[in-house]
Design a protein around this ligand. Structure first.
Ligand SMILES: C[S@@+](CC[C@H](N)C(=O)[O-])C[C@H]1O[C@@H](n2cnc3c(N)ncnc32)[C@H](O)[C@@H]1O
Length: 225
């Protein structure tokens, strides 16, 4: 598989071999990704030292959870994923945080996935995960499920693919000389504007794209207090 991260192609998240190769490839980008993941963790609306319960949706091998645990010393993180192989890698990677982390398996495609996660949560974080459910109606439903898991005053922070919705924009992204992603740009209706609309329809009162670099973006969504 090498350096092809296939952000929008076929993934085999239930295959232990695929997952271990994917982690090996992805870990080479850890230094690149850290600033934005750190920023994501820092935007959690909370007072320092207050006990905090955070859910990491599609947490994979724990890159986002680790940033949250470091930034918020009194935080407990529930790492969610549907891949046993990923959760097993996360258990190893986050082992040093001991009982500050809980692991939960659930498939976002299933209607009752959110019922298996516990909560309510002060914040939900996520990176490169929610786009995996693909269908716009499902993404909107997942946003609604996350809204239901949050305490009033809590926020969702999700870094994910915000696709160009037209060929013209896709071409613009491809030509950008600062482009660092090695996947091809896919035209898809799930652009930044659509995500913000789905978040509002899911119940969030304040939504924003707080950072964007071509088709990668960081979305903020607040459940009113
Ligand atoms: C690209 S990885 C990102 C992992 C981690 N958030 C990170 O940034 O390093 C996507 C993750 O989403 C998980 N995932 C994909 N589809 C899912 C689904 N339907 N339900 C739950 N998890 C899913 C995969 O198992 C994988 O761990």
């Amino acid at each position: 598989m090498g350096t092809d991260f296939r952000p929008s192609g076929t993934h085999h998240w239930h295959s232990a071999t695929y997952v271990s190769e994917w982690i090996e490839g992805d870990a080479t980008r850890d230094d690149d990704r850290r600033p934005v993941l750190r920023r994501l963790a820092g935007l959690i609306p909370a007072a320092p030292d207050r006990p905090l319960h955070v859910l990491d949706v599609g947490g994979g091998y724990g890159a986002v959870s680790a940033e949250v645990l470091e930034r918020w010393p009194a935080a407990h993180v529930t790492l969610h994923d549907y891949s046993e192989a990923m959760v097993s890698a996360a258990t190893e990677r986050l082992g040093r945080y001991g009982s500050r982390v809980t692991y939960r398996l659930a498939d976002m495609n299933e209607r009752d996935w959110a019922d298996r996660l516990g909560g309510p949560f002060d914040a939900v974080v996520s990176a490169m995960a929610i786009h995996n459910v693909e269908e716009p109606e499902l993404i909107e439903r997942v946003y609604g499920d996350i809204f239901g898991l949050l305490r009033p005053g809590g926020a969702l922070l999700t870094m994910d693919l915000l696709f160009p919705a037209s060929q013209g924009l896709a071409e613009l992204y491809r030509r950008d000389p600062t482009r660092r992603h090695n996947w091809d740009v896919r035209v898809n209706p799930a652009d930044a504007e659509s995500h913000l609309r789905w978040l509002r329809r899911a119940g969030f009162s304040e939504v924003d794209c707080v950072w964007k670099d071509l088709e990668l973006g960081l979305l903020w969504a607040l459940r009113a207090a």
